[in-house]
Design a binder for this molecule. Structure first.
Ligand SMILES: NC(=O)c1ccc[n+]([C@@H]2O[C@H](COP(=O)([O-])OP(=O)(O)OC[C@H]3O[C@@H](n4cnc5c(N)ncnc54)[C@H](O)[C@@H]3O)[C@@H](O)[C@H]2O)c1
Length: 420
């Protein structure tokens, strides 16, 4: 394809970073849409493009593809409308919010075989994770047996208030298992496996955690999930958590060695075990600690967010459109890495019993989950509605509401200043 791809962006927050990654890959940012007029105008100013408040109108405009970066729990309707309008789609995480939506999404993408759906999970594209993917593919480390994926990102109450444009914003109520694709995505991409079962526990919010208790948050902020992968391996996942640390950790233990990228250290640690483990233990394990070589395109990519991840999602999205090859993170991988958060919350509320992660290639599984709209969004009705916190209903204080209003007012004043 010689023509420059024209992109429309839904969501003027995170959407701006994704648009910058798309531009760096030679795509034209034609428009941004946000129903919050000020947010949309500011994004359009930054991106130097047209602005819409109505998504349907942006879809009617002269664009080839849409970057879907609206609320994390509301992507499926937006993806479906874009595909119905003949646009390629790159969607932010999560891919879907209910099991029924996972089925809906898969079927909408299958119904548009000439259009690309790419899931913009960006953590697999950090250079250390790319290097682990390369090493695993050589076969030298043997078969994947045990993995760990952690995304630890504590935020103060004030930071969360700045990121929550409404009192009922998803960040204030999303249960602790749901934001899990940054943790599971790299493990799946490195090892080319998928989760089949999940068992989870949520750590109840702490009575002395002022950051939670003086905010509008009605959820918990730490959970641990164990996933059985389709090759028999087990993966421990720590979804987005507020533990008092910061960073990510991925550990891939295989039959002949281990690769690990740990919090706060940019080096990758690799151990390879010689010997055959039959009559003598291997006496010469070989350890290496190194920063993977940066290929030229990675040096450019580092200018963009999340260790180059925000560049490479657009790179692979464009590549799928231009070459017609299967998207690297397609809709099946997208729902697999997302559904562990939904089924994981079910598990956490059911004494950590394990729940299946259906393979939605299977028509029988689609029928089983087609009407499963179980969800924790206080505004979306469903049967057996779960509480966002495992501790039960939480009522924010009036003081929390007042400070939230004050902080939001400051954010708006700041945005207006930037517009003038
Ligand atoms: N991959 C990453 O590293 C990363 C980092 C941050 C956020 N995210 C994802 O990006 C997405 C957006 O997050 P955010 O941080 O920008 O916060 P956000 O969810 O508050 O932003 C969403 C924006 O979309 C707009 N919007 C919502 N519904 C709309 C509609 N119907 N029409 C037009 N505009 C609408 C809102 O006004 C808001 O400005 C989420 O899916 C989140 O998970 C990903």
């Amino acid at each position: 394809m010689d023509k420059q791809l024209k992109i429309g962006v839904l969501g003027g927050g995170r959407g701006v970073s994704l648009a910058q990654g798309a531009r760096a890959n030679g795509m034209e940012i034609a428009a941004v849409c946000d129903r919050d007029e000020l947010c949309g105008k500011l994004a359009a100013k930054r991106l130097n493009c047209k602005v819409f408040t109505d998504y349907a109108k942006m879809l009617d405009s002269d664009i080839d593809a849409v970057v879907v970066a609206n609320y994390a729990t509301e992507h499926v309707w937006a993806v479906k409308q874009a595909l119905a309008a003949g646009k390629h789609v790159m969607s932010e995480c999560m891919a879907c919010f209910t099991m029924a939506e996972a089925v809906e999404l898969v079927e909408a993408v299958e119904a548009a075989p000439n259009l690309v759906y790419f899931f913009a999970e960006n953590y697999p594209f950090m250079v250390q994770n790319l290097e682990m993917r390369r090493l695993y593919a050589t076969g030298d480390l043997g078969e994947f047996r045990y993995g760990e994926g952690e995304y630890v990102h504590p935020m103060t109450k004030n930071e969360i208030d700045q990121l929550t444009s409404r009192e009922d914003h998803w960040r204030n109520w999303l249960p602790a298992t749901y934001y899990c694709t940054h943790s599971m995505g790299p493990v799946m991409l490195i090892t080319d496996t998928r989760p089949e079962y999940v068992t989870a526990m949520v750590v109840p919010r702490c009575a002395d955690d002022a950051g939670m208790n003086e905010s509008l948050r009605v959820n918990d902020d730490v959970s641990v999930m164990l996933c059985k992968m389709n090759n028999g391996a087990v993966t421990k996942i720590l979804p987005w958590s507020g533990l008092r640390d910061h960073g990510q950790r991925y550990r891939i233990c295989c039959s002949k060695g281990v690769m690990e990228w740990n919090q706060g250290d940019s080096n990758l640690r690799v151990s390879r075990w010689g010997g055959d483990f039959v009559d003598t233990p291997p006496v010469h394990p070989y350890f290496m600690k190194y920063m993977p070589n940066l290929p030229p395109e990675h040096i450019d990519a580092q200018q963009h967010g999340h260790g180059g991840g925000d560049y490479f999602t657009s790179y692979w999205f464009k590549r799928a459109i231009v070459t017609g090859e299967r998207p690297l993170i397609d809709v099946y991988k997208a729902v697999d890495m997302t559904m562990i958060g939904i089924q994981g919350y079910r598990s956490a509320l059911n004494c950590a019993n394990s729940f299946e992660i259906p393979d939605l290639h299977d028509p029988g599984m689609r029928e089983k989950y087609r009407h499963d709209d179980w969800n924790p969004d206080p505004a979306r009705p469903c049967a057996d509605k779960p509480c966002p916190s495992v501790t039960g209903p939480i009522k924010p204080t009036e003081q929390a509401r007042e400070t939230w209003h004050r902080i939001r007012q400051n954010c708006e004043d700041d945005a207006r200043r930037q517009m003038s």
